[in-house]
Design a binder for this molecule. Structure first.
Ligand SMILES: NC(=O)c1ccc[n+]([C@@H]2O[C@H](COP(=O)([O-])OP(=O)(O)OC[C@H]3O[C@@H](n4cnc5c(N)ncnc54)[C@H](O)[C@@H]3O)[C@@H](O)[C@H]2O)c1
Ligand SMILES: [Fe+2]
Length: 384
């Protein structure tokens, strides 16, 4: 029997008002001069104003700095600039606040403080990433779960592809899940980020490696998302739904330490080549990918259907999947996520490059069923 390692180590504070615990948490971590890493959109939101109020002013004797230059789908330059800000001020910790993009850039910036000038394309040549600055992660979207993950997804200069920089040392010391910070997220981003969380849960549950703890978390995440996402989409002020989505997104990321699948391999190039939002890219590829997997392994989605509360227990394998996939399709449609790729700027001439990058992406190697480059092309064509 091969050995498997399980770990769920991030300390997480959940609930409306969790943000107010930040000063005490920073003091406990010994952080006196934090750098806030975020993006240009978030600094204009009430969520950022709440953070600024909690951190206080120079007149109150507080020192903190902001780097707000992170791009959506962050690039290596974002990481270099955030690291330069950390060194210049100099700061003794990072508060990453925002969606997955600033969280990933803030997490990774610490690598270049530890090793200035390091080429991130050689990340895996180095095994000792100990001694990183402490990180507090505060998500303001409910999707990526990056706050509880050990990785940053950064588009590298060398390859122009999304690379996953994974190391246990990258974990946040503390995660604050405060639903009040997500109430201003507009419906289309609420939907797309929520679809990312749903994809994490479905792909991790159905990928074949042995991890019953992640499986349980993924199924409960699926249940929460089916219940809460339509509510958060229709009424952004619904704090309970917003809170459940934040927890479900974190659960999705805990679950996908098990693995991901073909949907993420299709989605990553749609962002790096066509600039598409990550959650939207997943949403548009999810149903076709579920049909593809189900055709090769009927019954794969029965328990996903059960988590959705569907009466699929006594159906045949094929019928249980058909009912479940139809439910997911209609669920996404009701969230406005029923577009074709061509409606989002993807052109037939992108296809060869998309397939080549998707084939190189590692996620499909852990998919529920084997995937070929021909399958990837057929899947893109099915949703083009
Ligand atoms: N590290 C991981 O484990 C992991 C997992 C999945 C995805 N990702 C990465 O995360 C990135 C996507 O993150 P995302 O989907 O959260 O999007 P994002 O971080 O790119 O944010 C999208 C937009 O939402 C805005 N926004 C964020 N919070 C807001 C709020 N409360 N109110 C108003 N506007 C707000 C931002 O300003 C931005 O314009 C991608 O780069 C993806 O590859 C990482
Ligand atoms: Fe994702």
């Amino acid at each position: 029997m091969s050995l498997t390692s399980f770990s769920f180590p991030t300390r997480t504070l959940y609930g409306t008002g969790a943000l107010s615990e930040l000063p005490a948490a920073l003091a406990k971590l010994g952080v006196r001069r934090p750098l806030v890493v975020t993006d240009g959109g978030l600094v204009k939101t009430p969520a950022f104003a709440q953070l600024a109020a909690v951190l206080g002013t120079a007149e109150q004797g507080r020192s903190w700095f902001v780097f707000d230059g992170v791009h959506p789908n962050p690039i290596e330059e974002d990481v270099r600039q955030a690291a330069a800000a950390l060194r210049d001020h100099p700061c003794d910790g990072v508060i990453a606040i925002g969606g997955g993009s600033p969280l990933d850039a803030g997490k990774a910036a610490r690598l270049l403080v530890r090793r200035p000038g390091y080429d991130l394309a050689k990340f895996y040549d180095e095994s000792d990433w100990s001694g990183l600055l402490p990180l507090v992660a505060i998500p303001t979207t409910a999707g990526t779960g990056s706050e509880v993950g050990r990785s940053s997804v950064i588009t590298l200069d060398a390859t122009h592809r999304k690379a996953v920089l994974f190391h246990p040392e990258m974990l946040a010391k503390l995660v604050l899940l405060d639903p009040a910070l997500t109430v201003g997220l507009p419906p289309h981003l609420t939907a797309a980020t929520g679809a990312d969380a749903l994809t994490h849960c479905i792909e991790s549950f159905t990928c074949p490696s042995f991890h019953p703890m992640c499986d349980g978390i993924a199924l409960e995440g699926i249940r929460l998302i089916f219940e809460a996402l339509p509510k958060a989409y229709r009424n952004g002020q619904d704090l309970e739904a917003r809170g459940h989505m934040l927890v479900a997104a974190a659960m999705g990321a805990v679950a996908f330490q098990k693995d991901l699948g073909v949907v993420h391999s299709l989605a990553h190039p749609l962002s790096s080549i066509c600039g598409m939002h990550h959650g939207l890219a997943n949403a548009l590829c999810l149903v076709a990918s579920m049909r593809f997997c189900s055709a090769r392994r009927p019954g794969l989605y029965r328990r996903v259907g059960q988590a959705a509360g569907l009466g699929v227990v006594s159906l045949s394998d094929a019928e249980a999947d058909r009912v479940t996939i139809a439910f997911v399709e209609s669920f996404l449609k009701d969230l406005g996520l029923d577009k074709k790729l061509s409606q989002c700027g993807v052109k037939p001439e992108h296809l060869d490059a998309l397939v080549a990058q998707a084939w190189d992406d590692p996620c499909h190697r852990t998919n529920a069923v084997p995937v070929t480059a021909t399958d990837l092309r057929a899947l893109y064509l099915a949703v083009l």
